[in-house]
Design a protein around this ligand. Structure first.
Ligand code: PEP
Length: 488
């Protein structure tokens, strides 16, 4: 048998080690292997090397109760890994929480003990992380997020994560992704892209999502009569991300000044997602104020900056009468509402996107709106699909709309989010908007997720308040990184 030289054996082992990500104390392990066993065949040495410097594995996870941006408890998870026998804290992440939630969202497990946090405590969910999720992930390698998410889904065994809690599972999924990226010494978006596309199909260039920036709040996220939940501004995609952010932030400040001048200082109060919450009555009033702010900031409405809305229509729908209260005291039928939307888009041609324009089960309405507006603007499914691949498939088949809002905590894991993106990109050729929740933490995983899966858009609130700006700021970091690597 041909004898392999010590140096080529060492190179072979080095490649093996690289492949298996045995990073720590690699040279020591390598030398000790070859010094002691120079004559042994490669396979024997490789096995020995794994013994000396095994690949990092999950040691345990720990869940803790923290507060979100509304002052409600949410789940934070720490991931500890074992590297060369030493247990280290690798990453920490947390779950967001919605207010205008779809009825088929993953269960947000709350303690329901009225004496603590008005029943909103999440200690049971944290306990599930420590006692039910941690043991099944112990000893697992962090290379494949999909595999880890799959284990959690199987352990829960229900579509809506009713056993372990969607909040526990989402916080774990986010934390495991963060830990995996750190272990592999990769930016998180790259680790997510590798898990999404597979190593062999990784794109050589990435794009940054266009932000849909919340600027004016109504509905459940504010306190007034305005029924539409969110008014957003959308910068041009033909300029760099940093400039997109600068332009929309300039408009945000101009709108603040305009509202104070027009409605008094309290009009500058903020809603849950950082947009202003003036006491307006109608969508037209809100849109006109925003259009004026865009102009006073020196931009052209419709070309430089477009408009987007999230109606969250389930919140102003009456199931008994099957009517919508689009303006306080004015109830309309489904067809009247669809016509109302068509007329609104005619009056404000800068509108490029309407999310949840109808109630989450008003499928006939969705189909009618898609027929009337689907070739002009983005019609975005949120509460109607709740990021659930099964509902998304149904929506695609029945032509409910042309775009998807992706909120990982609606379904549970990043892995299921990947499936949702694939369905929309491959089967609908539609747009994906990666989204925050109205209750957030200062965690920025969704910024990396949007880049990692090539989402066209991100919706993550106003360009104000730390829990919103941390996502935009993370995108600025990614932009700088991609430029430096010539990957944009
Ligand atoms: C982000 C949203 O709000 P919430 O998190 O309250 O569902 C939304 O409705 O799109």
């Amino acid at each position: 048998m041909k004898k392999i030289s010590l140096s080529s054996k060492k190179n072979q082992l080095r490649a093996y080690v690289e492949k298996h990500k045995i990073a720590e104390k690699l040279e020591d392990a390598l030398n000790s292997c070859l010094d002691k066993l120079p004559e042994e065949p490669f396979s024997f040495l490789a096995a020995k090397l794994l013994e000396l410097a095994p690949p990092p594995v999950v040691d345990h996870l720990h869940g803790r109760q923290i507060l979100d941006s509304r002052g409600n408890p949410t789940v934070e998870v720490d991931v500890y890994c074992k590297i060369n026998g030493e247990v280290k804290l690798m990453a920490r992440s947390s779950a967001p929480s919605g207010a205008s939630t779809g009825s088929s969202e993953a269960l947000e497990l709350r303690d329901k003990d009225e004496k603590t946090y008005l029943g909103k405590g999440v200690l049971k969910a944290c306990k599930n992380v420590d006692e039910k999720i941690s043991p099944v992930l112990q000893g697992k390698e962090l290379k494949s997020l999909v595999l880890l998410d799959e284990i959690m889904c199987k352990t829960d065994g229900t579509e809506l994560k009713t056993k372990l809690g969607g909040n526990s599972i989402t916080a774990c999924s986010f934390a495991l992704a963060t830990a995996g990226a750190k272990l592999l010494d990769q930016p998180l978006f790259m680790y997510l892209a590798e898990n999404f596309y597979g190593k062999e199909n990784m794109p050589s260039k990435f794009t940054l999502p266009v932000p849909m920036v919340n600027i004016l709040n109504g509905g459940k996220h504010a306190g007034g009569k305005l029924k539409i939940q969110e008014f957003m501004i959308v910068p041009s995609k033909d300029i760099p991300f940093s400039q997109r952010l600068k332009n929309v932030t300039t408009v945000y400040h101009h709108l603040g000044k305009l509202l104070v001048k027009r409605y008094g200082v309290s009009a500058k109060n903020l809603g849950d997602e950082g947009g202003f919450a003036p006491l307006l009555d109608t969508a037209d009033e809100a849109l006109e104020a925003i259009e004026e702010a865009i102009k006073s900031a020196g931009f052209t409405v419709g070309t430089d900056i477009r408009l987007a809305m999230d109606a969250a229509a389930s919140e102003f729908y009456d199931e008994k009468t099957q009517k919508y209260e689009i303006v306080e005291g004015e109830w309309v039928t489904t067809e009247e509402l669809v016509d109302w939307w068509v007329a609104l888009v005619e009056r404000h041609p800068a509108i490029c996107s309407i999310e949840d324009g109808l109630h989450e089960t008003d499928y006939k309405g969705w189909i009618s709106m898609q027929e009337k507006l689907g070739d002009k603007i983005m019609l975005v499914m949120d509460d109607v699909t709740t990021s659930n691949p099964r509902l998304i498939k149904q929506g695609i088949e029945e032509k409910w709309a042309n775009s998807l809002l992706l909120k990982i905590n609606q379904i549970g894991t990043i892995m299921e989010g990947f499936e949702a993106v694939r369905l929309i990109h491959n089967e609908l050729q539609g747009n994906v908007i990666v989204s925050h929740r109205s209750g957030e933490t200062t965690n920025s995983v969704i910024a990396d997720l949007a880049v990692g899966v090539g989402a066209g858009y991100i919706k993550t609130g106003a360009t104000a308040r730390g829990e919103r700006t941390c996502k935009y700021n993370r995108l600025l970091q990614i932009e700088e990184y991609l430029i430096s690597k010539e990957m944009l």
